[in-house]
Design a protein around this ligand. Structure first.
Ligand code: PGA
Length: 258
């Protein structure tokens, strides 16, 4: 079992004042009750990142800061985009790549996902590759093939030194923000499938996370029976107590199995 990773994806929520408030709350709780067996990351909106990293650094909050997206381009005439090097300068260590909302709403094709992932890892940042099927795909039982194709498109031919920087997040689109969590059996089957495909692409040790309506009540079962290495958390990451309860569950599962 890999050391777990729990990432809070704040999406387009919390302005910088609210973001500072949340990171301070997280800092206070983590100081009183450190979580030794889990890596924590929060991914705020771009405009909050500077404020959040300032608090993380000055108050030594035990987590890292990520971004929800980055431009596939390195610089230049790309109005509204943010480059990986700009994020790196802000001490961002992680970037979500190909979240299903970016794929569906902002025309992020498999090709752009693959190129973005390479841009991220080339600069030495960790890339969290998001994959997952729509409900219509699962209904015709094509979900494993669909996810395999997404993994191949993004990871085929990735150079050896970049591979340790990759994490995979399985997020079935129908489970995101819907309250419809995938069952532990569905998650377990897909996790195993993803590990097999990843191994065939020379990413044998990759961490595989689950995302989609994760909360404090389902996290333990998803860890144990779904055999995931952690979570990508949306809605429940917007409150310190629910985010940290999920982190605690991951921490305790790992601790009990070491
Ligand atoms: P959710 O979002 O936890 O609100 O379902 C997960 C995600 O989109 O990363």
């Amino acid at each position: 079992m890999n050391r777990p990773l729990v990432i809070g994806n704040w999406k387009m929520n919390l302005d910088y004042v609210e973001a500072v408030h949340l990171i301070q709350q997280l800092g206070v709780v983590l100081k009183n009750k450190p979580l030794e067996h889990v890596d924590l990351v929060v991914a705020p909106p771009f405009v909050d990142i500077r404020s959040v990293t300032s608090v993380v650094e000055s108050e030594r909050v035990a987590l890292e800061v990520g971004a929800q997206h980055a431009s596939v381009h390195e610089s230049g005439a790309h109005t509204g985009e943010v480059s990986v090097s700009m994020l790196q300068r802000l001490n961002v260590g992680w970037v979500l790549v190909g979240h299903s909302e970016r794929r569906a709403m902002y025309a992020m094709t498999d090709e752009v996902v693959a190129q973005t992932l390479r841009t991220v890892v080339r600069q030495g940042l960790n890339a969290v590759l998001c994959v997952g099927e729509e409900l219509s795909v699962r209904e015709v039982e094509a979900h494993q093939d669909f996810v395999s194709a997404q993994l191949h498109a993004a990871l085929e031919g990735l150079d050896e030194k970049s591979r340790p920087l990759v994490t995979i997040a399985y997020e079935p689109v129908w489970a995101i923000g819907t309250g419809l969590t995938a069952t532990t059996t569905q998650v377990g089957e897909m996790t195993e499938h993803i590990r097999t495909v990843a191994a065939s692409l020379s990413l044998g040790d990759v961490r595989v996370l689950y995302g989609g309506s994760v909360n404090a009540d389902n996290a333990t079962a998803l860890m144990n029976e779904g055999r995931v290495d952690g979570f990508l958390v949306g809605g429940a990451s917007l409150k310190a107590d629910s985010f940290l309860a999920i982190a605690q569950a991951a921490n305790d599962c790992y601790d009990s199995k070491r």
